[in-house]
Design a binder for this molecule. Structure first.
Ligand SMILES: [Ca+2]
Ligand SMILES: [Ca+2]
Ligand SMILES: [Ca+2]
Length: 391
């Protein structure tokens, strides 16, 4: 009967929540072991119960039979009767104890199953959350991969397009290379022909050059002879030219004499003759340009003083201190006085401190009547005064 004592503290210590939560794996093993142990204990208790029930009933029956026999045959030993009764009470108490323990074990088993389900639910929930997180991560990675795939696909298309372009360029370059090769061959052929021609010319050069040199030498001799003849002819021509110039000068002098005679005989009315020229002093006042136009209209021009004698003659045509335009100007280059026939003035009869280009605007010359035969002054061309024409 002592083997039926069970150590409850050991079971409780093993089945505490802290022990069950060490690990999922340990819990599973513990639950399996506890279940198996509970089944074994339950079977043992049930066996004990039935054993005690059977044996005690049998013992009681035997004892009752013996008691009846003993009562019938012998005097009943009151001490043994009390012992049997004590044993019966003990067995009854033990039976109740086992029933209570069985209920406790059943409750503990249900508690353990409930805790296990909660733990499993939490584990499954945690795994679901992890899977959800992993699913999100995988989805992001999938999206990134898809984006990368699209980009790579686009890049691949560009590469294919570039490849096509490169291929086309390569074909063009190949065509150009072929053309260049053909041109190179043609140039090489031309160069070879050129070299051959050069060699042929080089061979013929010596003989032809010698022949041409001989001909040139003959031509040079002929030209030297011609040169001597030409030089002689040139000298003769120079002599002839000098005699012609002399004759021309003589003719020109004769012509001048004839002209003087003609002019001496003809001078327009109101014009005054001096040597070979005719002079006219206008009465109307005009500026220098208008005065010249008036002279030109008469077939003349503003007078040119060629000598002091001519100036003295003209000076007598003017009244006392009268000014008259003559054909003298420095309008082309200030300070460079020229006659209207384009000749530079050499002999001058300027007044004292003239020409002074007064006011920076005196470019036309005038004859000023004086007792000494007249003097020159530069005046503004816009000034209106009389003029002297000569033809
Ligand atoms: Ca003159
Ligand atoms: Ca001037
Ligand atoms: Ca002046």
């Amino acid at each position: 009967m002592e083997e039926m004592d069970i150590d409850d503290n050991s079971y409780k210590k093993l089945l505490t929540p802290g022990g069950c939560h060490r690990s999922k794996q340990l819990l599973k093993h513990a639950v399996v072991c506890l279940g198996f142990l509970c089944v074994v204990l339950l079977a043992g208790n049930i066996g004990q119960f039935f054993f005690y029930e059977t044996h005690c009933t049998a013992v009681i029956g035997v004892l009752q039979t013996n008691n009846n026999i003993t009562t019938q045959n012998y005097e009943i030993d009151s001490t043994e009767k009390n012992g049997v009764q004590s044993m019966y009470k003990y067995l009854s108490v033990n039976k109740n104890h086992l029933e209570v323990r069985m209920r406790n074990l059943t409750n503990e088993k249900e508690e353990l199953q409930k805790d296990e389900l909660e733990v499993r639910f939490r584990d499954v929930t945690s795994q679901r959350d992890q899977l959800q997180t992993q699913y999100g991560t995988l989805k992001n990675e999938s999206d990134q991969l898809k984006t990368s795939y699209d980009e790579m696909k686009q890049s691949f298309r560009e590469i294919v397009r570039n490849h096509k372009n490169f291929t086309a360029d390569a074909n063009q370059l190949q065509t150009k290379y072929t053309d260049l090769q053909r041109e190179k061959e043609e140039l090489r052929a031309n160069f070879t022909a050129f070299v051959q021609n050069t060699d042929r010319l080089q061979r013929t050069y010596s003989s032809s050059v010698r022949h041409e040199k001989h001909q040139l030498q003959q031509s040079l001799d002929i030209m030297n002879k011609s040169k001597s003849q030409t030089e002689n002819n040139y000298k003769q021509l120079l002599t002839n030219y000098s005699s012609l110039v002399t004759d021309t000068e003589k003719l020109q002098k004769n012509l001048n004499k004839m002209t003087d005679k003609v002019r001496g005989m003809l001078c327009p009315k109101k014009w005054t003759k001096f040597k070979t020229s005719c002079y006219f002093v206008s009465t109307e006042r005009r500026n220098w340009t208008e005065s010249r136009h008036a002279c030109v209209d008469e077939g003349a021009d503003l007078m040119i003083i060629d000598s002091h004698e001519e100036q003295v003659f003209v000076n007598r045509l003017l009244h006392k201190d009268q000014n008259a335009w003559i054909g003298l100007t420095d309008s082309v280059e200030d300070g460079v006085w020229m006659w209207l026939d384009g000749n530079t003035v050499t002999t001058t009869f300027w007044q004292a401190e003239q020409p002074n280009n007064y006011g920076g605007n005196q470019d036309c010359g005038e004859l000023v009547q004086t007792q000494s035969g007249g003097e020159w002054n530069d005046d503004g061309c816009f000034s209106k005064q009389i003029s002297i024409c000569e033809k």
